[in-house]
Write a protein that binds this ligand. Structure first.
Ligand code: G
Ligand code: G
Ligand code: MN
Ligand code: NA
Length: 249
């Protein structure tokens, strides 16, 4: 497979990079964190979306090396010099299931001198992914390093509710489809119900896909903790943050 072969050489050939999308605290207006998103460039320069290459990387195992590369790059690009306070990194269940993953993260933290409380790992409720006991053990090892665990795209998969019962997520990211559907009474009721569900369990709430000022006002009215979306900021390369004054801790 073409893409599988490309993923093997992607790191060495500088074909992968990270862009960072800001996350804003609603009450203070401060940019509290950024999410790292992987980008893959083909040899001819065309971009391949993560929805295409992440599943291939998961199937071939390339996700393990790409994942370690992403965490190391986040530490070096943004955390070592205090450009942002917290970076969230998407992590595949394949990584969490792999023995030694938490140890490899600890090694990266040690080598870069970054403390774990500067990182959050975003886990997406997979389509048919069961919560294996080795994943739970890995998550508790990561928490011991100070790394926050967030649930990504909440409401889109089949496993979300059972994961909420098993894992004490610091933050739950409500999938952008719920905000985008709130123009109808049914959609609005669904959004409010899902917010209440997450809040009543004591998690911080982040709503994704905020694209308008009206949506920001609604999120303030609903008491949402943090927001993310094109109205807050698009994903941009690390250089866009490095030129700014470092955020104080
Ligand atoms: O940036 P974009 O909307 O194309 O990203 C789509 C999805 O791809 C993200 O929501 C995330 O689930 C996944 N993704 C992006 N970067 C990474 C990464 O570094 N690792 C993993 N496992 N998934 C990623
Ligand atoms: O699954 P995850 O939430 O990690 O995916 C992030 C992706 O969502 C990014 O690739 C980004 O391009 C996309 N995204 C971020 N903000 C918005 C938004 O406000 N609207 C839409 N439609 N997509 C967004
Ligand atoms: Mn995410
Ligand atoms: Na998401």
């Amino acid at each position: 497979e073409n893409l599988a072969a490309l993923l093997k050489i992607a790191i060495a050939q500088n074909l992968v990079s990270l862009v960072y999308q800001p996350i804003q605290d609603v009450a203070s207006g401060r940019f509290e964190a950024v999410e790292a998103l992987m980008r893959l460039k083909m040899l001819d320069g065309t971009l391949v979306p993560p929805s295409l290459f992440i599943p291939v990387a998961e199937r071939t195992g390339a996700i393990l090396e790409l994942g370690r590369w992403a965490i190391r790059t986040v530490c070096n690009e943004l955390l070592v010099d205090d450009h942002v306070r917290v970076v969230s990194v998407n992590v595949s269940p394949i990584q969490l299931k792999t023995p030694g993953f938490a140890a490899s993260v600890a090694t990266i933290l040690g080598e870069t001198g970054v403390t774990g409380n500067r990182l959050a790992f975003e886990i997406t409720e997979g389509l048919e992914m069961e919560m294996h006991s080795d994943i739970l053990r890995c998550i508790s090892d990561l928490k011991l390093l100070g790394i926050k665990i967030w649930l990504d795209d909440f409401g889109t998969g089949f496993a979300g509710l059972s994961w909420l019962r098993l894992i004490d997520f610091d933050t739950v990211k409500i999938d952008r489809s719920f905000l985008h559907d709130c123009g109808t009474p049914k959609g609005m009721a669904m959004l409010q119900d899902i917010i209440a569900l997450v809040r009543n369990r004591g998690h911080q709430i982040l709503v994704e896909g905020v694209e308008t000022d009206e949506q920001i006002a609604l999120m303030r009215e609903f008491g949402i903790d943090r927001i993310q979306g094109f109205r807050v900021g698009r994903p941009v390369p690390a250089a866009n943050y490095q030129t700014k004054k470092p955020v104080h801790k």
